[in-house]
Design a binder for this molecule. Structure first.
Ligand code: BG6
Length: 492
């Protein structure tokens, strides 16, 4: 028997800069990911010094070609439809639509690409969840005014969102304003187009940028609802579960504070005002947010319709300095397999290894129960419908002599997470849908690697960019198809 509601949305999610490639086709300009080398070649440094990095010649740039989704989208959508997807979460590439700063008119060729994708997906029976900005800030924003630190970004973003709303008002119902908006604190370049090396007070800059994004998000929720009252517009965070590492009360307090750093964002997007704990945090850290008259009203009037999140792993938070070096990894403490010392610029969490959990090769703890915990936690906090819009296992895959990929480890991971989602629904949470991360192999965001694969569909492309881009169905492809067919009842 299935725990999932009849109209439950099953599907997968990709992001333009990790999937499309075609970095300079049809008028597209560079996005911040287009200037980053593969991890192991100075990616971490480039993330922290993008303006200097942009002047270098790294030779190879993973995002510039990715898996050539720009020329394979039709085949890929047909594969998704073959698995039975009822929804596809995608994003647009901002610099494909507005290649230059201050343009009044959007780049028509860029939009025509998305017209084709959206029309085909709908024809194949898939709804679209559109992420307006998924780590795809145009480089012009970093160059002209250091990205979201500057208030000018609000108008640019609203223009992008309104262009999409007008064009797709009868075709798309679900919208996400920013991918993993809480990542702004850890990933200022990806999530905010910010060259953090140019910021005198890095913490102040991150929270100022956050204020601008929160106002922009609320503003487009308001304008989106005007464009089409049926739109459902949501927030999206990197889902974090922070367990206290021990029953030591200070560990529990530290875990709570770490969690608040993330919940700060949906707290505002879902409730419409700054929580008191944030105001106290700003006071304590001498952070002064420059806000304009009217911002508070916009936040209040632009609350989201649903809360969505990605979920990969959980963390154990410890205040014990003796074990702090036993660090775990995850979205906010991502490491590469090339040992270049991690790829986030503010790994402030005291996350240590959880002895009860296994980890992926990249050190991300595997914790299906954490997903049930998080679903309940978020529902208790907001009482808004939820969506799990990313979940998956990044692992190495091998094409065996039979030409197949027997990814039993991925099936196990997905099965256990879907089971826990079902249990959370039994607990009483309201869940609209589930889109797995990277239903097709794409480049990893943190490291730019191809070898960290999430897909049900294998792509013949290697870390160094070599390969034919041929698509091959993995064992998990057939497994997920059965899951969808049975509405989550058959997980065998
Ligand atoms: C999320 C991002 O943080 O995690 C995705 O929204 C990303 O863009 C995913 O790809 C997995 O991370 P990674 O680094 O393994 O690709």
């Amino acid at each position: 028997m299935s725990n999932f509601p009849k109209e439950f949305l099953w599907g997968g999610a990709t992001a333009a800069d990790q999937y499309e490639g075609a970095f300079n086709a049809d008028g597209k300009s560079l996005s911040v990911s287009d200037i980053l080398p593969l991890s192991g070649n100075g990616r971490k440094w480039a993330l922290e010094h993008p303006l200097e990095a942009a002047k270098k010649d790294y030779g190879f740039y993973p995002a510039r070609e990715s898996v050539d989704g720009y020329n394979h989208w039709e085949e890929d959508l047909e594969l998704f439809a073959d698995m039975g997807f009822s929804v596809y979460r995608m994003s647009v590439s901002w610099p494909r639509i507005f290649p230059e700063y201050g343009m009044d008119e959007a780049n028509e060729s860029g939009l025509e690409f998305y017209d084709k994708v959206i029309d085909k997906a709908r024809k194949l029976g898939m709804d679209i969840i559109m992420t307006i900005d998924h780590f795809d800030t145009p480089l012009w924003a970093t160059k002209n005014f250091n990205g979201w630190v500057d208030r000018k970004m609000i108008a640019e973003y609203v223009k992008l969102a309104q262009t999409l709303f007008n064009r797709y008002k009868d075709k798309i119902k679900y919208w996400i304003t920013f991918n993993e908006i809480n990542a702004l604190l850890n990933y200022p370049l990806f999530a905010g187009g910010i060259d953090i090396s140019k910021c005198e007070n890095s913490l102040q800059a991150r929270y100022q940028a956050a204020h601008h994004q929160l106002v922009a998000s609320a503003e487009v929720v308001k304008s989106g609802h005007k464009t089409n009252p049926k739109f459902k517009i949501g927030s999206m965070i990197a889902g974090v579960v922070n367990y206290p590492n021990t029953p030591y009360p200070l560990d529990a307090l530290e875990a709570q504070e770490t969690t608040r750093r993330s919940y700060f964002f949906p707290d505002i997007q879902a409730r419409g005002y700054y929580p008191l704990y944030a105001k106290k945090f700003f006071e304590k850290n001498n952070i002064i947010i420059a806000a304009e008259a009217g911002d508070a009203e916009i936040l209040k009037e632009g609350t989201v319709d649903f809360v969505s999140f990605s979920y990969y792993s959980s963390s154990n938070i410890s205040t014990d300095t003796k074990i702090k070096n036993r660090k775990t990894a995850g979205n906010f403490s991502a490491r590469s397999s090339h040992n270049d010392g991690g790829v986030v610029t503010w790994d402030s969490s005291n996350a240590v290894i959880n002895p009860y959990l296994e980890s992926s090769e990249w050190g991300w703890a595997i914790d299906p129960v954490g997903l049930r915990y998080l679903l309940n936690d978020l529902y208790d906090r907001y009482q808004k419908p939820l969506m799990v819009v990313e979940n998956g296992l990044g692992e190495r895959d091998e094409v065996t002599s039979d030409g197949k990929i027997h990814d039993t480890y991925r099936i196990k991971y997905m099965r256990e997470h879907i089971e826990q989602m079902g249990l959370a629904i039994e607990d009483g949470i309201e869940l609209l849908g589930y889109t797995t991360w990277g239903p097709i192999d794409i480049i990893a965001n943190s490291t730019g690697e191809m070898s960290k694969r999430y897909g049900f569909i294998y792509v013949d492309r290697q870390d160094n960019g070599k390969g034919t881009n041929k698509r091959i169905k993995k064992d998990s492809f057939y497994w997920y198809k059965k899951v969808i067919e049975s509405n989550g009842a058959n997980l065998a």
